[in-house]
Write a protein that binds this ligand. Structure first.
Ligand code: SAM
Length: 236
């Protein structure tokens, strides 16, 4: 039996899963995350939900390769419809999809969601996911930014509760903003250079008097403010 090795991205998701959680991993594809967690003894049981037959076949292959029959349950279903009340799932992970799709998957189920812990890793539109969470009875209780080569990933942990977030906290993440770790700063530095290239192109095209130019300038300024705030905190 080959041990499952997680990428840093999926490891960051795994690190938020509480010991003995009843886990549903939605959009599981190869089911690396739940297979790893069961192998590691962090949990005893999980279900892997998949909307498409091909990825579900990958899940089934992984189950037999790792000898996880009866411990890791494959289920073909759209989103949270994979979960039955009798499964007594308390923790849901959704990783590796766009933030809009993750929000749609969460919104498509009857509300309020009956889970104690959501761990989400949106590849894009992370602010949309943060906003969905706080509008639907969840509060973010932890965040991580992970760098894998040239790619950056954000992982959100949320539990039932109330939370208010400013626009800046929605965009940058309340915890990430406060902590300003290396990956966070590298990601937003990279964004700054991308915006500078856009501003240069607009300047060359004599488009500086447009709403688009102003918009990019405002974004640039906000990121600069955030990063300089982080520098001050480091110095203190
Ligand atoms: N979660 C794994 C990871 O992070 O490495 C796999 C991510 S893979 C890019 C996204 C998977 O989500 C695909 O296998 C896709 O079939 C599945 N998916 C997309 N929409 C879904 C939905 N509504 N319900 C369940 N699975 C879905």
């Amino acid at each position: 039996m080959r041990k499952v090795q997680l990428s840093d991205r999926l490891q960051a998701v795994a690190d938020y899963v509480s010991p003995q959680a009843r886990l549903a991993d939605i959009g599981s594809d190869h089911a690396y995350l739940p297979a790893y967690l069961i192998q590691a003894g962090q949990i005893d049981w999980a279900l892997a939900g998949e909307v498409a037959q091909g990825p579900l076949d990958n899940v089934k292959q992984e189950i037999s390769r790792q000898g996880l029959n009866g411990k890791l349950i494959p289920r073909l279903a759209n989103g949270l419809a994979a979960i039955n009340p009798s499964d007594q799932v308390d923790t849901v992970t959704i990783a590796g999809m766009g933030g809009v799709l993750i929000s749609q998957i969460l919104a498509a189920a009857p509300q309020p969601l009956p889970y104690q812990h959501l761990i989400l890793q949106p590849n894009t539109d992370v602010a949309t996911v943060r906003d969905w969470l706080i509008q639907h009875g969840f509060k973010i209780d932890g965040e991580q930014m992970v760098q894998e080569g040239r790619h950056f990933y954000e992982v959100l942990s949320a539990v039932p509760g109330a939370q208010e977030l400013s626009d800046r906290q929605l965009a940058f993440g309340p915890y990430l903003l406060e902590e300003q770790g290396l990956a966070f700063r590298a990601f937003w530095q990279h964004k700054l250079s991308q915006i500078e290239q856009i501003l240069n192109r607009l300047e060359q095209a004599q488009q500086t008097q447009t709403a688009t130019y102003q918009d990019w300038q405002n974004r640039h300024q906000e990121i600069q403010e955030v990063l300089s705030y982080g520098k001050r905190t480091e110095a203190n």
